[in-house]
Ligand binder design. Structure first.
Ligand code: XMP
Ligand code: MG
Length: 178
């Protein structure tokens, strides 16, 4: 762990238990329906890889890359599409797969964008949520873990493009970013 991380918030085993729990819920709710998992790059790569493998129902997947304008670790809610879906989602059952919901501004923008494409249904599955950071109300159906309002890295989440490959989720030591 070195001196870059202050503590481990979620171990590999805890993440894996959370992913299994989410997968069981998604499998039960979408039984008999074709679901399209939409992963939000880059952060959701690990969640997508593990969640999709934990599902028993057949699924398809697609990816979107979006970026929030705004400096540093704060999201502005002004969003730009860097890579759009390859799939036409009209009349499809869409499940957005996210790593983390912080202020909710990015996701809120994404959901209204996707809703305009008239999917049959639109839900969200996120591994992490910071309830104390919420700036907009979003109805999120599948939540792995609620976490404190601290900057976390690992398991897809980065600080300045680093730490994404950690198999666990940790809290960054303040000296790394201050
Ligand atoms: P908002 O505030 O719009 O932000 O919900 C969502 C996006 O911001 C990034 N984010 C984080 N990335 N550690 C990270 O590595 C964090 O604690 C964190 N909080 C927000 C992330 O890209 C997320 O999709
Ligand atoms: Mg993200």
């Amino acid at each position: 762990m070195g001196d870059k991380l202050e503590k481990i918030l979620l171990s590999e085993a805890e993440i894996s238990e959370g992913i299994s729990r989410l997968a069981a819920e998604v499998d039960a709710d979408y039984a008999g329906r074709d679901v399209l998992l939409v992963g939000v790059l880059n952060g959701a790569l690990m969640v997508m890889a593990d969640l999709s493998r934990a599902l028993h129902n057949p699924i398809t997947m697609d990816w979107m890359a979006i970026s929030s304008y705004g400096a540093g670790t704060k999201s502005s809610g002004v969003v730009r599409i860097l890579k759009d879906l390859d799939t036409d989602i009209k009349d499809r059952h869409v499940l957005v797969v996210e790593d983390i919901i912080d202020s909710g501004l990015t996701l809120s923008w994404l959901l209204s964008n996707l809703r305009q494409r008239q999917p049959a249904s639109l839900e969200v599955c996120t591994l992490l949520r910071k309830p104390d950071a919420a700036k907009v109300e979003i109805d999120v159906k599948y939540i792995g873990f609620d976490i404190p309002n601290e900057f976390v890295v690992g398991y897809g989440l980065d600080y300045a493009h680093r730490f994404r490959n950690l198999p666990f989720i940790g809290k960054l030591a303040p000296h790394v970013y201050s």
